[in-house]
Design a protein around this ligand. Structure first.
Ligand SMILES: CC(=O)N[C@H]1[C@@H](OP(=O)(O)OP(=O)(O)OC[C@H]2O[C@@H](n3ccc(=O)[nH]c3=O)[C@H](O)[C@@H]2O)O[C@H](CO)[C@@H](O)[C@@H]1O
Ligand SMILES: C=C(OP(=O)(O)O)C(=O)O
Length: 429
């Protein structure tokens, strides 16, 4: 086990290149199951979620090679091996194995997913979609059993706008007979990315990125090559870091349109931001930042995944900010840790109320989930003195080469092994 150590309080400068999107990668990799020949995905991030999904493809008989961001998957020998336990529990997106395996084999057994605990994260809308397509679905001792004699297109209205359910139903429907219509679909850029891959494989999909997606089932799908989109959440994290400690920080390999809600908020706080087709420049440290109110919403609203890092930045703003998470009921586990660093924050229901302070102080803190980790690293860079962050298994799910990227901006951040005593303390905490 390891910890990150950060010597905070120093200005950052330079450029950082953004990796491929985690939330696309974790759907694109399972989508390869649907093809009859080799699929190559370029630009994948080097994160644990990607490595685990590669292992899971191998567990079901696929051949997968991953190096320098490129994954080559030969799905021809895959079988519908049950995966009730084990690695499926380590990430959220293992739920995409349900849609992809149901689509290809008409049967699957997949353990309920893991991922960040942010309050209850049911998958009832995924199941509603699979059932509408003709599958029988049962939950037996924490694993979902899916089986269909035949999948037939259907009209499916999502009661909750869900990224996962939208993509999972797409995966199951592309090889179903006839037309599927997903209404009240999620519109996140990652959904368009998955639809682009599936279309390159021969699927017929219209409307991805709008709230009505139409799919005409096809008989078979073939291999192809696909370039993943950049990670808007990783980019937003570095943008927030640049806003807090940057003199001039350039975020490279990004689609600024995907981050309009964050850019608008940062401008409202008084930051100078410029965009070009694939870069964002943020100029920080010029004047005191203004407090703002933020409410997380489905895309193109402010992303819940950036709520936690933004909270760290708001601890420096003049006045009181209110951050409300409308997507998750318990995405505030980073707040107690920020308080240890001197932040003045109270949580009321789904809102965090942040009173700006002059300076955070380095402390020993623990990441309870992926973006809590991003928030604590951001706070550590802002704080005076040394911050130690544990819980790196969460951060490593979503940030490729974090220390290298931050060191490239001039940060002093490094990893150290935990001592036996520290491991014991963590286990008892
Ligand atoms: C792997 C991945 O892409 N993860 C992202 C995905 O998660 P995930 O796909 O799990 O999130 P959803 O969009 O499905 O969830 C949104 C909301 O809908 C609820 N819900 C969802 C499905 C369902 O069947 N029933 C239901 O009630 C959830 O509890 C949550 O409150 O989108 C979230 C919202 O942008 C992001 O925070 C995650 O980073
Ligand atoms: C919540 C997240 O991830 P997951 O859905 O994979 O747990 C996230 O990326 O912030």
């Amino acid at each position: 086990m390891e910890k990150l150590k950060i010597a905070g309080g120093y200005p950052l400068n330079g450029s950082v290149s953004i990796s491929g999107a985690k939330n696309s990668a974790v759907a694109l990799i399972p989508a390869t199951i649907l093809a009859e020949s080799t699929v190559t995905i370029e630009g994948l991030p080097d994160i644990s979620d990607v490595h685990i999904l590669k292992d899971l493809l191998e567990e079901i008989g696929g051949k997968a090679e991953f190096s320098e961001g490129e994954m080559v998957v030969d799905p021809s020998q895959m079988i519908s091996m049950p995966l009730p336990n084990g690695k499926v529990k380590k990430l959220r997106a293992s739920y995409y194995l349900m849609g992809a395996m149901l689509g290809r084999f008409k049967k699957a057994v997949i353990g309920l997913p893991g991922g960040c605990f942010l309050g209850p994260r049911p998958i009832d809308q995924h199941i509603k979609g699979f059932e509408a397509l003709g599958a029988q679905v049962t939950n037996e001792q924490g694993a979902i059993y899916l089986r269909a004699d035949e999948l037939k297109g259907a009209r499916i209205y999502l009661d909750v706008v869900s990224v996962g359910a939208t993509i999972n139903i797409m995966l199951a429907a592309v090889l179903a007979k006839g037309r599927t219509i997903i209404e009240n679909a999620a519109k996140e850029p990652e959904i368009i990315d998955v639809a682009t891959l599936l279309s390159s494989m021969g699927a017929r999909i219209k409307g991805a990125g709008t709230d009505v997606i139409r799919i005409e089932g096809v008989e078979r799908l073939h291999g192809c090559k696909h370039q993943i989109i950049p990670d808007r959440i990783e980019a937003g994290t570095y943008l927030t870091i640049g806003a807090s400690m940057g003199k001039e920080v350039v975020i490279d390999n990004v689609i600024p349109l995907h981050l309009e809600s964050l850019i608008a908020k940062l401008r409202e706080m008084g930051l100078h931001i410029e965009t070009s087709p694939d870069q964002i420049l943020v100029v920080g440290g010029q004047k005191k930042l203004k407090a703002v109110d933020v409410k997380t919403l489905v895309y193109p609203g402010f992303p819940t995944d950036l709520q936690q890092p933004l909270t760290s930045l708001l601890t420096l703003a003049e006045g009181t900010s209110v951050v409300t998470d409308t997507i998750y009921s318990a995405r505030f586990k980073h707040i107690d840790e920020l308080r240890r660093m001197g932040a003045e924050i109270k949580v009321e229901g789904r809102s965090a109320i942040i009173t700006g302070t002059n300076r955070l102080q380095g402390a020993k803190v623990k990441a309870s989930d992926l973006r809590a980790g991003a928030a604590l690293v951001t706070a550590g860079l802002m704080a005076e003195g040394i911050t130690e962050v544990t819980g790196l298994e969460h951060i490593d799910r979503g940030y490729s080469n974090l220390e290298e990227k931050l060191t490239g901006l001039g940060a002093t951040i490094w990893r150290e092994k935990l001592t036996e005593q520290e491991i014991e303390q963590l286990q008892n905490s």
